[in-house]
Design a binder for this molecule. Structure first.
Ligand code: KIV
Ligand code: ZN
Length: 524
């Protein structure tokens, strides 16, 4: 496939997206299968080369999501993660085998810290394990990626020896993870130099970087690894991932695009899809993007200082190194008005990349009319939010039927709700809480009989303006498991109620599919 050595284009960097695997390991994120497929389809539109769709052995839900992505998403390589164990590799293969371009990614730690304290075995065991894992993966799948986990804290000579074994057994890509975000750019580049020296066969395969952001260096380290010879970068949209997250896809992609002059590297990313991908991931994961976040934060292209504003008005390049249109941040033009019909809605949705037909179009249309009656103009961002919200409604086992709240400075708040239950019945609840939102949440708890702890509650506006749609994210926790839910409406109390009910659905769905795995402690 896309290994650099045979690639005549020596400067082409492959983007390996791990939003749905490492990114999904962030606390509180719980995406269901159709949300994962939706993200994977958008990643394909964005032009990533590889999608790491999940870790199939970890749960039947993860397996199903990877399998669906492998079947439905065309273009990128679809990769499944597996520890260096036969059962994991078989599960990964089972999930990805229907893809046109499958890849198995198998890993084992090479650092003494992990060998002694986590795996409790020896360096020899690691060599035997790596050899057997890559050989087995190769017997199933042509494209095999191998990662020596915690490589940057491991002895480089030993890691090189293990990587050489992986190459000898047929690995096509060797990834060098900075698992705990410990390395620095100079050190990481030097590590690559020494790896090539100790294991010259690494010149025959594609090397990859995988950096975590614990010290805020994930993008800088990834870039250093690319300059040192790697041609694949593992990254996640909005930088989500384990702990402080992974290298942010949008940052490394724009770094390679904007500073191409400095390094001669480039990717296949369609940068105009970046903003939309970021919004989709933020909306579905409930991870709000900080306003000053590079590339996709709402202030990333905003100028506050008078001197800067003056300069940009005279000549954009005075204070801007890229144009907002390059990352698709200009998509908020008004697209539809109150009198727009079904046909106009379908066309607008198609432009936004959503193919919505039949009953789904009817539902999207009536939701659009509800919103358009309250808002004067419905923008592309509103449409995106409405359609994603409608799509989530289809998967939900609980659904908000209606609610009523009384609140005010002289009135004790009280809420009544009705919720459609998975058994076909309707649950009712009435409660008085500290305020309208608390009352609604307590009433939903009664109506659904699902007791969970509220961990997060966030309200954001989809667009600017007084009539903006409100988008609410709720994270619930129960028996050690977390799940998030989002709701969109012109009324933030309604958005809050929807978000809470969705979180309940996700929590219940998750506990039904998650099977306790005695080895999850070894999940990277
Ligand atoms: O951080 C890590 O080491 C990983 C590996 C599985 C590549 O995520
Ligand atoms: Zn990782």
């Amino acid at each position: 496939m896309n290994s650099a050595p045979n690639d005549s284009d020596k400067g082409r960097v492959h983007i390996f997206d791990t939003t749905l695997r490492d990114g999904e390991q962030s606390p509180g994120i719980s995406l269901n299968t159709s949300e994962k497929v939706e993200i994977a389809q958008q990643l394909a539109r964005l032009g990533v080369d590889v999608i790491e769709a999940g870790f199939p052995i970890t749960s039947p839900g993860d397996f199903e999501a990877v399998e669906q992505i492998a079947r439905k998403v065309e273009g990128p390589v679809i990769c499944g993660l597996a520890r260096a164990q036969k059962g994991d590799i078989d599960a990964a293969w089972g999930a990805i085998c229907d893809s046109e371009r499958p890849r198995i990614h198998t890993f084992i730690s090479t650092s003494d810290i992990h060998i002694e304290h986590q795996m409790r075995n020896s360096r020899d065991d690691v060599k035997v394990g790596a050899r057997a894992a890559v050989a087995h993966a190769k017997s199933l799948c042509e494209d095999v990626e191998f990662s020596p986990m915690d490589a940057t804290r491991a002895d480089v000579e030993f890691t090189a020896e293990v990587c050489a074994i992986a190459v000898a057994e047929g690995a096509t890509v060797v990834n060098i993870p900075d698992t705990v975000g410990y390395t620095t750019p100079e050190e990481y580049a030097e590590y690559f130099r020494r790896l090539y020296e100790f294991a010259p066969s690494l010149h025959d395969v594609e090397l990859s970087v995988h950096c975590h952001d614990d010290l805020g260096l994930a993008v800088a380290n990834s870039y250093a690894g690319l300059l040192a010879g790697a041609r694949q970068v593992e990254c996640a949209v909005n930088g989500i991932g384990e702990r402080a997250g992974n290298c942010a896809l949008e940052e490394i992609a724009m770094l390679l695009k904007v500073r191409g002059d400095a390094h001669g590297l480039h990717t296949g990313i369609n940068s105009r899809e970046i903003a939309r991908t970021s919004r989709l991931v933020s909306r579905l994961t409930g991870y709000v993007v900080q306003p000053n976040k590079a590339i996709v934060g709402r202030n990333a292209f905003a100028h506050e200082s008078g001197i800067h504003q003056d300069g940009v008005l005279k000549e954009r390049s005075t204070f801007e190194i890229m144009d907002a249109t390059e990352v698709g941040l200009d998509s908020n033009q008004i697209v539809l008005g109150k009198h727009s019909g079904r046909h106009a809605l379908r066309e607008a949705l198609e432009k936004l990349g959503f193919v919505v037909e039949g009953e789904a179009l009817n539902k999207a249309f009536s939701r659009f009319k509800e919103v358009a009656d309250k808002k004067k103009q419905v923008t592309a961002l509103d449409l995106e939010a409405i359609v994603s919200d409608e799509m989530r409604r289809e998967d939900a086992s609980y659904e908000l039927v209606g609610f009523r709240v009384t609140a005010g400075s002289e009135i004790d708040p009280e809420a009544s709700v009705e919720v459609a239950l998975p058994d076909g019945g309707v649950g009712k609840g009435t409660a008085a809480g500290d305020g309208p939102v608390d009352s609604i949440f307590q009433a939903i708890r009664q109506a659904t009989s699902v007791e969970a702890e509220l961990r997060e509650y966030q309200v954001a506006a989809v667009t600017g303006g007084e009539d903006a749609l409100g988008q609410v994210t709720v994270v619930l926790r129960k028996d050690g498991a977390s799940a998030s839910g989002q709701g969109v409406a012109t009324d933030i109390l309604e958005a809050s109620a929807r978000a809470y009910v969705r979180a309940v659905s996700n929590l219940v769905a998750d506990s039904a599919v998650k099977v306790a795995d005695p080895d999850t402690a070894t999940t990277p």
